[in-house]
Design a binder for this molecule. Structure first.
Ligand code: GDP
Length: 297
């Protein structure tokens, strides 16, 4: 796993996107409020972060009051590889179910980051660029057990043309494993039928172990997650991050219980560099070309 990571680092570092020892990674979470987005981010941090950078700040767009965008920064270290993680939280989204334009501020935020980077690239001097382009967007789906709502489909369509979109089923502990399997299948069918382009990790065929791991990760989409900020004790005495029930503990980091570990592997341990690279090559390039076309006329 480490050798694959290093190879990718070396290849990509030639393109000056990341250096051998570190990278900046921006993750966005969106979906209805109350689905556990904040809890998920804190769970991700508490199971991975070495040190928090104490620079929480709020970014509120003046043009719209619909969504307030909040930015948190932290630093992670994975095997001497330092990750400067920025999380863009979009609380409140979906509270305005009747408002058809509920997604506009999120889409604007994504485009604004591309625009700002493009403007900086066009400057003659080589100042260090401020880069807030979003590398991955987790879209939280309510665990209804039915199917995607029309609003989910609308928003996911718009996001998928701008950012690496990763669908997530929230609060996986509130739905039985049979219902969850059915729900996942239905969501995958809708995603395919609606031609929503979700992020799919690459399969590196030259490393069979990594290739199998990648296939497992791809097969688990949409990722069912359990978030918890507290440690609980299991019946066999282990202390884990989880949610306590009368029947036992729903464990965050147990792959039998949910896909948190797979999603964390995808985001932080295996596919982070591909997410950074594809943001640059696919989404930023698409934005740049589109802008060049429109500005010609
Ligand atoms: P947000 O509005 O999407 O950021 O949601 P929050 O993180 O504030 O969570 C809303 C509520 O859901 C809180 O009471 C959390 O404790 C609870 N919650 C968060 N994650 C989970 C989960 O995985 N399972 C369950 N059952 N509850 C959760």
């Amino acid at each position: 796993q480490q050798s694959a990571l290093l190879t990718t680092v070396l290849i990509i570092s030639r393109r000056k996107i990341v250096s051998k020892r570190g990278a900046s990674f921006t993750l966005m979470v969106c979906g209805e409020s109350g689905l556990g987005k904040t809890t998920f981010v804190n769970t991700l941090f508490s199971t991975s972060v070495k040190s928090y950078a104490d620079n929480r700040r709020r970014h509120a767009k003046q043009t719209s009051q619909t969504v307030e965008i909040e930015i948190t920064k932290a630093e992670l270290e994975e095997r001497d590889f330092r990750i400067r993680l920025t999380v863009v939280d979009t609380p409140g989204f979906g509270d305005y179910v009747n408002n058809k334009e509920a997604w506009t501020p999120i889409v604007e935020f994504l485009d604004d980051q591309h625009e700002s980077f493009m403007v900086q690239e066009q400057q003659p001097h080589r100042a260090e660029k401020v880069d807030m382009r979003v590398h991955a967007c987790l879209y939280f789906i309510r665990p209804t057990g039915h199917t995607l709502k029309p609003l989910d489909i609308e928003v996911m369509k718009r996001l998928s043309t701008r950012v690496n979109l990763i669908p997530v089923i929230a609060k996986a502990d509130t739905i039985s494993s049979e219902d969850l399997a059915e729900f996942k299948l239905r969501i995958r069918q809708v995603i395919e039928a609606q031609d929503i382009k979700v992020y799919t990790p690459p399969i590196e065929d030259d490393d069979p172990l990594m290739a199998d791991k990648a296939r497992e990760i791809i097969a688990a989409m949409p990722y069912a997650v359990i978030g918890s900020e507290t440690d609980v004790q299991t019946a066999d005495g282990r202390v884990v991050k989880g949610r306590q029930y009368l029947w036992g503990v729903a464990e965050v980091e147990n792959e039998e219980h949910c896909d948190f570990v797979k999603l964390r592997d995808l985001l932080i341990r295996i596919d982070m560099l591909d997410l950074i690279y594809s943001t640059e090559e696919k989404h930023y390039e698409a934005y740049r070309l589109q802008q060049m076309e429109t500005r010609k006329f």
